[in-house]
Design a protein. Structure first.
Length: 117
């Protein structure tokens, strides 16, 4: 079955950078749309970034200019480069991927990002 494995989370000081990865396995289908959400303690899950099959990107207002989403179709992997991190970016980050020919939105297990002040 399809599995998404996230990596790259951790503890970083404010102003630092992290790069999250989300690698898909268990399918021969290609990535259609994909993106990242996050959920901070006591808050609702919010959309961070997405990238369409044509490469169009969209970002949440709070991360514009600091985060960059990208994808490697050959590796079925999605990335989130996070720069100039702030304590308010602390959250569990979840990736999702939709594949061509499959209507299911698959989710990663979540990776914790903690930004210290």
């Amino acid at each position: 079955q399809v599995q998404l494995v996230e990596s790259g989370g951790g503890l970083v000081q404010a102003g630092g950078s992290l790069r999250l990865s989300c690698a898909a396995s268990g399918t021969t289908l290609s990535i259609n749309a994909c993106g990242w959400y996050r959920q901070a303690p006591g808050k609702e899950r919010e959309s961070v970034a997405l990238i369409t099959n044509t490469g169009i990107t969209n970002y949440g207002d709070s991360v514009k200019g600091r985060f960059t989403i990208s994808r490697d179709n050959a590796k079925n992997t999605v990335y989130l480069q996070m720069n100039s991190l702030k304590p308010e970016d602390t959250a569990v980050y979840y990736c999702y991927i939709r594949f061509w020919g499959d209507s299911t939105r698959y989710w990663g297990q979540g990776t914790l990002v903690t930004v210290s002040s």
